[in-house]
Design a protein around this ligand. Structure first.
Ligand code: TRP
Length: 332
């Protein structure tokens, strides 16, 4: 049997999961389950680079796991785990810190953005975060790493670390490719359509666990464009608000842009907004209900993350042993 290619990704439980995470990431992972050998994790170690309330971090980590499963990620076919449960991440992270240059880390735009935003807490972890992310990736020797645009620079840095490390010690790591899915890749804010949908603009962000009436309200208040045309046409350059709504509608209904334009022919933006809202509500309803049911079943969630950590750790340990040997550590 031919071995499947390996796919790996993680999301930080730094905020509640939202429609952008679902359409841009999780839904694509679900669709590719059978094609790859998959590792998906909650990046809780990355999350503490910004100060967190401990109880909230714990709740969001479990909620994220429940939402992964409720969205269709079958824990039998996907290794789902919590990053901090697999100690090899911290260990390889340290080693890779020593193979990552100060200059490289200084150029990371996410570091620049986050340190501007959290001036009171520019800690070492925030700076060296890409070395930990490289460890997350390289422990599993994945072929593909699906990430959003904002993470491409970190994957590029990971590739540079691989080249440096392999150059010194031979072929230890496989060079990972970023994998940017085509459709639904970038969900924009409903209120600021030139920014990515994110928890930092809550009124423009639809959370997966949000009540239907709140979702409906957010779509009714979505910003459409101030052009006088008032016609539903896909034109992301001149009509970013409408284009974003159309792209969401297309992702949840499977309709093409041409079909959507036809459906709303002769009607304005006023008809589009509630239609998209309703379609999103119906897509998220079963996911929210299933996640709520899973969250009440702590024993089940525990069995999933324990089995996930065990499987992940088995793979990760093999890579870590090899690395320790290469750098000259005495075997235990
Ligand atoms: N840095 C990613 C983010 O903030 C999350 C992440 C951590 C990740 N480790 C990863 C993504 C490894 C892909 C692979 O979105």
């Amino acid at each position: 049997m031919e071995e499947k290619k390996v796919m790996l990704s993680g999301i930080q439980p730094s905020g509640d999961l939202h429609l952008g995470n679902y359409l841009g990431a999780i839904k694509n992972w679900v669709e590719r389950t059978d094609e790859f050998d998959n590792f998906y994790f909650m990046a809780d170690m990355h999350t503490i680079t910004v100060r967190q309330t401990p109880a909230d971090l714990r709740r969001r980590t479990l909620e994220q796991l429940a939402l992964y499963i409720a969205s269709g990620l079958d824990p039998e076919k996907n290794t789902l785990f919590i990053q901090s449960h697999v100690h090899q991440h911290a260990e390889l992270g340290w080693v890779l810190n020593c193979y990552t240059m100060f200059g490289e880390l200084s150029r990371m735009t996410q570091f620049k953005d986050k340190s501007a935003k959290h001036k009171e807490n520019i800690n070492g972890g925030l700076f060296t975060y890409p070395a930990l992310m490289a460890a997350d990736i390289l422990l599993y020797q994945p072929d593909f790493v699906p990430v959003g645009e904002d993470q491409k620079q970190h994957v590029e840095l990971c590739r540079n670390i691989v080249q440096r490390f392999n150059g010194l010690y031979g072929d230890v790591f496989k060079v990972p490719e970023p994998y940017i899915p085509k459709a639904g890749a970038r969900v924009m804010s409903l209120t600021v359509p030139d920014s990515k949908m994110s928890k930092s603009i809550p009124e423009g962000c639809v959370f997966l666990m949000e009540k239907p009436e709140d979702i409906a309200r957010k779509f009714k208040r979505a910003i459409t464009d101030s052009d006088t045309e008032n016609c539903v046409r896909y034109d992301p350059k001149n009509k970013p608000g409408v284009a974003n709504l159309m792209s969401i509608y297309s992702a949840v209904t499977g309709k093409t842009y041409a079909e959507i334009e036809k459906e709303f022919e002769g009607q304005g933006y006023g008809a589009l907004k509630p239609a998209v809202g309703d379609a999103v509500i119906e897509t998220l309803r079963p996911i929210r209900e299933e996640a709520t049911r899973l969250l009440a079943d702590k024993a089940y969630l525990e069995s999933v993350y324990r089995a996930g950590a065990e499987r992940a750790s088995y793979v990760a340990e093999k890579t870590l042993r090899k690395v320790y040997k290469k750098v000259g550590f005495v075997a235990r």
